[in-house]
Design a protein around this ligand. Structure first.
Ligand code: CO
Ligand code: CO
Length: 374
């Protein structure tokens, strides 16, 4: 499985006229080798694959990525990973242009690469190709989709448990702690990003910080969460309320729900990311909330919780079967509050399959648990 991925990576290197690549992101190191720590670099050329890492990880590297050569870094012998890798490359007389991941390489590390690879003449150039390299992860295999589905099921199960404990006066931080605890009990390694619980006016910030604010009746509460299971991420948002909503909040929720449903319905291969974004955005704009939908419609989910394809206005990328994506329209009104509804889907030849299955609280229901008995 990993070998087929490495083959696609080598094909990309040939297209870019590069002799090798140094992968430094946790996601790409794992994807192309199976090794699960980010304290390493993975070097791949047309005929070699090698992992450079320190003594804490040698046994783990041999167990998780036995097909890959192990370059043993130690701080007594080398000043940096780049120094160690440069020596190893020079030992077998490697010389060529290399791709790097600018997005996941510190400037310090880049300077080390310049010094130990470029100035030494081992690398003839260092070119950042983050987007093309990440692009190799866009189409998921059935096994990967199943893994992302398991991460979604864990988030769904945690929500079902958490909802039972929600009551007026519960603090945002309590709800957050309960939800993250339930995800771990259900099998998550950890949350896939900082859980968002945004109640009342806090809901006006799309990525609000969790506070000690007690949740009151009649306000919208946006809960955006997800988890990591076996390395793969999930991402879902549910907006709930206790008691009844004022008419302006009803209108806001209804508009977001319609935009969400339209987006889910429209998601299919052949559309561009920009086209899909505009299908859902149009509903919010026509309802007069256009300026309050301040982010893109969605994003892909995989080893990273935010990855391609970007479902945003300027994206011309054509969606294809095997891609995952979120549909997450929202409206955020300063002073009043906000609402977002997010689901995680993957595309098939015919349309899409929704992986996140937690039920939505709907109008007329006074508590999110009522969504389960409906
Ligand atoms: Co989310
Ligand atoms: Co999301």
């Amino acid at each position: 499985m990993v070998q087929a991925k490495v083959e696609r990576l080598r094909q990309l290197l040939r297209e870019l006229n590069l002799e090798g690549v140094i992968l430094s992101s946790a996601e790409n190191i794992r994807y192309f080798s199976g090794f699960t720590s980010a304290d390493a670099w993975l070097f791949i050329s047309q005929d070699r694959e090698a992992l450079v890492t320190d003594g804490r990880y040698w046994a783990q590297a041999q167990a998780e990525a036995p097909q890959v050569e192990l370059i043993k870094y130690s701080s007594q012998k080398y000043t940096s990973l780049a120094h160690c890798l440069g020596e190893w490359l020079a030992d077998w007389h490697f010389k060529g242009a290399l791709a790097i991941e600018g997005r996941s390489l510190s400037y310090e590390a880049y300077l080390q690469l310049e010094r130990h690879l470029l100035e030494r003449g081992v690398a003839t150039s260092l070119e950042s190709h983050s987007a093309q390299l990440d692009g190799l992860r866009l189409i998921k295999t059935p096994e990967e989709l199943a893994a992302i589905g398991r991460a979604s099921q864990v988030a769904d199960a945690a929500w079902a448990q958490t909802v039972k404990r929600i009551e007026a006066g519960m603090r945002e931080s309590e709800l957050c702690a309960e939800l993250e605890y339930q995800m771990q009990l259900a099998g998550a390694r950890k949350p896939s990003f900082d859980t968002i619980v945004a109640s009342g006016p806090n809901g006006a910030y799309p990525h609000a910080q969790v506070t000690q604010r007690p949740i009151g009746e009649g306000e919208l509460v946006t809960v955006d969460f997800g988890c990591i299971v076996d390395g793969w991420c999930s991402d879902i948002t549910r907006t709930f309320w206790l008691g009844q909503l004022e008419p302006h909040l009803v209108a806001l929720w209804e508009t977001v729900k319609r935009a969400h449903d339209r987006g889910v319905e429209a998601a299919r291969p052949g559309l561009s990311g920009g086209e899909l974004d505009s299908v859902a955005r149009q509903i919010i704009t026509e309802a007069g909330y256009g300026p309050y939908f301040s982010h893109s419609l969605g994003h892909g989910v995989g080893l990273a919780v935010h990855e391609g394809p970007g479902i945003r206005a300027e994206s011309s990328l054509i969606l294809a079967a095997g891609m995952t994506l979120t549909i997450e329209p929202g409206i955020y009104q300063p002073g009043l509050g906000g609402c977002r509804i997010e689901d995680l889907l993957y595309l098939t030849e015919e349309g899409s399959v929704t992986l996140s299955r937690a039920p939505y609280q709907i109008l007329g229901q006074a508590h999110p648990r009522e969504a389960y008995s409906a």
